[in-house]
Write a protein that binds this ligand. Structure first.
Ligand SMILES: [Fe+2]
Ligand SMILES: [Fe+2]
Length: 313
């Protein structure tokens, strides 16, 4: 099963004024409120399958929680393996993978080792990480930084460029700054990092916890994200990729598309639909239909990024 959720930032004949916000839910009753966008999305979906060379294509995975073994998913290694198989079978091989955190469940060395072992089977050797709160829970991220923080600043933030797209990995977990906060040092660095970029450069921000207010009652927001988003206002195309909430949600605000990915391990309830967030048990047959990947493609001619979510089912 494949679920398409795409937004393009440009003139596509759709008047977006009518809907400042559109949200996509996976696995629950509501699918999308993006009326006109769906048709457009499906058209882009076809383009993605047979895309031409020269365009940037990458995959986001998230929340693998290696080490988790409760009923919501007693074998998270198997579903991560299925994720790798799925990525390897994509018709257009992605150039790299972004992992938006909660790699491990309890930040044990053996969990990180197991993750790396499984990802070795991936055709993509380049994997860009940002930490989730589970990865930094024991030692405030020391081990995470040792493993994944080479060349990064502070608690692990960094940026890089690929085919004209500027990527920024941000850290909004950690004991020092607390959950859901970027902090002054990182914000200062971000402002500086973006300064030299022309406003026509497509920007991708990725971080574990959503950089928008999904559901603050459950900590599903970043306190100082407004400041970070202020720095990207002048850019024509901004895509924000997050994890942490283990379900697909999307919001479009002006030139910014916010998107959260499914987990490769277990789903979480929709905001407010349960007393608290946490692993949600679904039937064994249903599990792989609520786990999955986000395939992101930069459409050079359209100057926009398209996000296609697809499940492991
Ligand atoms: Fe998670
Ligand atoms: Fe998380």
């Amino acid at each position: 099963m494949s679920r398409l959720i795409i937004h393009d930032h440009n003139n596509d004949g759709i008047n977006r004024r009518g809907f400042l916000e559109c949200m996509a839910w996976a696995g629950t009753g509501v699918i999308w409120t993006v009326s006109g966008g769906v048709l457009s999305s499906q058209a882009f979906g076809k383009n993605i399958a047979g895309s031409s060379k020269g365009e940037l294509n990458f995959v986001q995975i998230s929340d693998s929680h290696i080490g988790f073994n409760k009923p919501a998913n007693p074998d998270v290694s198997a579903t991560l393996q299925a994720t790798v198989d799925k990525i390897n079978a994509l018709p257009h091989p992605p150039e790299f993978i972004i992992h938006t955190g909660d790699i491990s469940h309890t930040a044990k060395a053996s969990e990180f080792d197991a993750m790396e072992g499984i990802l070795q089977a991936s055709r993509q050797k380049q994997i860009f990480y940002v930490p989730g709160e589970h990865d930094v829970s024991v030692d405030d991220g020391k081990q995470y930084l040792d493993r994944y923080g080479k060349g990064a600043r502070g608690r692990g933030w960094y940026s890089f460029d690929q085919k004209g797209v500027h990527f920024v990995g941000l850290v909004n977990v950690g004991a020092m700054e607390g959950m859901g906060k970027l902090g002054a040092d990182q914000l200062e660095w971000l402002e500086d990092d973006l300064r030299a970029k022309s406003s026509s450069t497509p920007i991708v921000l990725f971080a574990h916890i959503p950089l928008w207010t999904v559901y603050p009652e459950w900590g599903w927001s970043t306190q100082d994200s407004e400041q970070a988003l202020g720095y990207v206002k002048r850019f024509g195309s901004v895509t924000v990729l997050n994890g942490h909430i283990h379900q697909v949600m999307q919001k479009v605000e002006g030139n910014v598309t916010f998107h959260t990915a499914m987990s490769t391990a277990f789903p979480q309830p929709a905001p407010g639909s349960a007393p608290a967030p946490g692993p949600m048990k679904v039937s064994a047959e249903r599990l792989r239909s609520v786990l999955g990947i986000a395939n992101v493609q930069y459409l050079a001619k359209k100057h926009s990024l398209a996000v296609v979510d697809s499940t492991l089912a």
